[in-house]
Write a new protein. Structure first.
Lengths: 509, 348
């Protein structure tokens, strides 16, 4: 008999109209990293919320260390040693690391919080598990990776023995991901068991011992990671064969569409982030910008699209100077932009999905006539986009907020691609999406390229850059430090370039 | 789960009922009969044509201030300055009404538009400060209320009159009042303003829901970043929202200046029309039709409650408490809803 620390047997959870989990069994062994794999909306989060006491299952039972339990609320889950790190962190920005970790279970002396003692405990914990943090730093001053460590420490401080990590790598840079993997390995050595919710197959292959797959709310089964490969996992998850190598023919670049000359841009703290950058994108090619987050990619895109003022240099679109034009003018001259942060920039979440489809074109005919909106035309157009791009939504009148991340992204892509721009800027277009959706988006980008559009792709995922780009421009410290062809490079080399080691520019064409 | 429309209707209805129950409990505790009390309230609002006329007369400015606050709110702004905009609108209407001499067909529209423009100006300044310098509109509009109050008093004493505490009567050609309306309502102060109020509600609905201007305002209200990304000018829309909001509130002032009173007295304190407008807008779910309905409720409470001391013997102070409780429940329901939605948002 195996030593299971958590067993969820035959779990069924229904919501009005849908069965989110049906007969799912998940058994986690002591000291293993167990992956929970499934597409967006497959029911992973529901299952974990059941385990964490946020939902009550209709059927099935949960056992912790062999004993049947009834987890009625998250406090109960905490008491049983189950801790959860959510995808969106729950930290108080203006509090220090220590204050956040002890929040809710502060060590007290005569009713006064004993911060000294708390700090010592935090330091002890972080040393024991190899989670380096500065206990006195404020959350708002530390990186996302650090914040995640604080979240993990928070659960450990409460005595968690089973850690649920909800897509922990979605927000991290490649370096931070490496560190997190190291941390997870230390944690299991210390006897902690980890449930890793993810749809990134590579990570599963790298760190996990076993993997339970869910598809459309149904448990497909559990496999030993050693005995499987990414292709098998992907087809288990999606239910069909998935091609990882995106099919594409050689590019056929034509005239220059975007030219950036010696561009300099400051960020909102007035620090120069783009430092004299040159870049060219031709019609019919995809230029992928590889780089670690924070090397000026966001500022570059914001300057091109008019969202941020450039301090020096110029941006040309089809040989027309568009430097520092307002966003509307940039859009009208033929630029589409799939923004990195789809909730902040890409969508008005409280608008129906239909109204979001005309976010840049609402004032143009046929969607408006002398200032009066034509909803029938707007929705007819929206419905055709929804169909064409397979946006899964109850209707075009549903608020964008109610859609899953993947479908929100599809809606944005539908809107941006369908405007048929000369230049399509895609920033992190597949962030947080499952392989099915990623495949779809990559195909779309290549289709657009083949129809003669210039495409600028910014991504922190090296796989994506290598797979989709025709040329890779490596960005480091506000400049393009190298241009390489994906066939002639590999992850190691790109990683070095992204970290700032020099290389001669190649492939000038 | 409720659909959001059900939710929007149910929440205010339940909160009004809760408020009425709480008011009844207070009356019981102090030894008054709540049934008689509410009977008196009802009679005071609908008991005869005079009361009904007065109720509608009171509803008129409430519709405008409700629309003003709701309009700003839909654009993501909190216009606490409706009060000051009412006062300035009132002052402008009386000023033009007393100083200009023209036939009614010219005089009345000019006077009404003047009041709207004055209110719009009072909204423009906080809008400008917000758009250009990021100064929070709540702070500025609160201060603008005081400026409006004291400026108008000073103007009445020193410019419009020679040290008097109220202005002259507005010329006949600029009055909204009608002998016919007064006659059929037992000589209440009912005036034609209610029709303008309905028109204004229609305009707000049309502007927000049907035009590209409204699309931009709502978009900016929901998500500034996405609006900027989509090429809208956030600053322009903030100013526009405050200007239109101020114009609505200014018209509420015109209702008082040209309809109810026909002059303007110096005010030692605020009229409260603007502040009540906040409650009207919240109760009405920040929609045009909702504001109209909520304004009726507030008008009924305000006018009907005048009858409670005389008929049911409930002292005036207690009546105020009962009314305040109803408003409290309305407002707190809004808070509850807001909290629920906030949590939902963060849970995502």
């Amino acid at each position: 008999m195996d030593n299971y620390v958590i067993e969820m047997l035959g779990i069924r959870k229904e919501f009005p109209g849908i069965v989110a989990n049906d007969n799912i069994t998940l058994q986690v062994k002591q000291g293993e990293i167990h992956a929970l794999l499934g597409e967006n909306g497959a029911g992973k989060s529901t299952l974990m919320n059941v385990l964490f006491g946020l939902y009550q299952p209709e059927k099935g039972e949960i056992r912790v260390k062999g004993e049947k339990v009834n987890i009625t609320d998250p406090n109960k889950a905490n008491d049983l040693g189950i801790g959860m790190v959510h995808q969106h962190f729950m930290l108080v920005d203006t509090f220090t690391v220590t204050q956040n970790i002890i929040l809710g279970s502060e060590p007290k002396q005569l009713g006064i919080v004993d911060l000294k003692k708390a700090e010592k405990e935090v330091v002890d914990l972080s040393e024991r598990y190899g989670l380096k943090v500065d206990p006195q730093a404020k959350i708002k001053d530390i990186s996302v990776g650090m914040q995640q460590r604080v979240e993990i420490l928070k659960t450990l401080y409460r005595g968690a023995e089973v850690l649920i990590l909800d897509e922990p790598t979605a927000v991290l840079t490649p370096q931070e991901i490496k560190e997190l993997i190291g941390i997870m390995k230390t944690l299991i050595k210390e006897g902690i068991s980890i449930i890793l919710i993810t749809h990134k197959l590579k990570e599963i292959m790298e760190v996990c011992d076993r993997c339970t797959v869910i598809r459309k709310g149904v448990g497909i089964g559990t496999v030993n990671v050693e005995e499987t490969n990414t292709n098998e996992l992907a087809s288990l998850m999606v239910g069909r064969e998935i091609s990882f190598k995106t099919e594409k023919s050689a590019s056929n670049p034509k005239q220059t569409v975007l030219r950036v000359d010696n561009l300099r841009v400051k960020d909102s703290r007035n620090v120069e982030m783009v430092k004299g950058l040159d870049l060219e994108v031709k019609a019919g090619e995809i230029i992928g910008i590889a780089g670690v987050d924070g090397n000026g990619q966001s500022e570059l895109i914001e300057a091109i699209t008019g969202l941020r003022k450039a301090d020096a240099g110029s941006v040309f679109l089809n040989e027309k100077n568009i430097t520092n034009l307002p966003p509307r003018k940039v859009t009208e001259s033929g630029v589409s932009h799939i923004p990195q942060d789809r909730h902040k920039f890409g969508l008005v979440l409280d608008f129906p999905i239909g109204e979001n489809m005309v976010l840049q074109t609402y004032y143009q005919k046929p969607y408006a006539n002398s200032g009066v909106l034509s909803y029938s035309k707007i929705y007819r157009y929206a419905k055709s986009l929804i169909e064409q791009y397979d946006v899964r939504t109850p209707s075009a009148y549903t608020k964008a907020r109610a859609l899953s991340g993947g479908n929100q992204q599809k809606a944005i892509i539908a809107r941006e691609v369908d405007r048929s721009p000369d230049l399509l800027i895609a920033a992190q277009p597949t962030r947080g999406l499952d392989v099915g959706a990623i495949e779809f988006i990559h195909k779309k980008l290549i289709e657009e390229r083949d129809s003669g559009k210039a495409i600028l792709l910014v991504s922190f995922e090296l796989d994506e850059i290598l797979n989709v780009s025709d040329k890779i421009a490596v960005m480091f410290d506000g400049k393009i430090v190298a241009i390489v062809r994906p066939q002639e490079t590999n992850e190691q080399e790109l990683g070095l370039l992204m970290a700032g080691s020099r290389k001669e520019k190649v492939g000038e064409s | 789960m409720f659909s959001s429309r059900m939710f929007n209707i149910l929440v205010p209805v339940i909160s009004v009922i809760l408020g009425l129950i709480a008011g009844a409990l207070i009356m019981l505790i102090f030894g008054y009969n709540p049934i008689l009390g509410y009977q008196a309230l009802w009679d005071g609002a609908f008991g005869n044509v005079y009361f009904f006329g007065e109720t509608v007369r009171q509803v008129t400015p409430y519709i405008f201030t409700g629309l003003a606050v709701a309009f700003a709110f839909r654009s993501g702004l909190f216009n606490i300055g409706a009060e000051g905009q009412v006062i300035i609108g009132w002052l402008a209407s009386v000023w033009i009404g007393t100083s200009l001499h023209a036939p009614m067909i010219i005089h009345l529209p000019i006077t009404i538009i003047g009041a709207a423009l004055a209110g719009a100006l009072w909204g423009f300044l906080p809008g400008l400060l917000k758009a250009r310098l990021g100064v929070h509109e709540v702070i500025v509009t609160i201060m603008m209320n005081y400026i409006a109050l004291h400026v108008s008093n000073a103007m009445i004493r020193n410019v419009l009159t020679d040290g008097s505490d109220s202005t002259e009567k507005v010329a006949e050609s600029a009055l909204l009042s009608s002998d016919w309306l007064m006659e059929i309502t037992g000589y209440s102060r009912l005036h034609y303003g209610i029709l303008i109020a309905f028109l204004a509600a229609f305009i707000m609905w049309f502007l927000l829901e049907k035009t590209t201007i409204g699309y931009e305002l709502r978009s900016v209200g929901f998500n500034r970043h996405a609006s900027e990304y989509a090429g809208m000018s956030v600053g322009k829309n903030i100013i526009l929202a405050m200007v239109i909001s101020g114009a609505f509130a200014g018209l509420a002032g015109a209702m008082e200046g040209l309809g109810t009173f026909g002059y303007m007295p110096t005010n030692s304190s605020f009229t409260n029309l603007g502040f009540d407008g906040i409650a009207v807008a919240l109760l009405g779910g920040n929609t045009a039709i909702g504001s109209v309905i909520a304004a009726f409720l507030f008008g009924v409470l305000k006018i009907g409650s005048l009858n409670m001391p005389t008929t049911a013997g409930v002292p005036g102070e207690l009546v105020e408490i009962v009314i305040a409780l109803i408003i409290f429940f309305v407002a707190s329901s809004y808070i509850i809803r807001w909290v629920i939605l906030r949590f939902k948002k963060e849970g995502k």
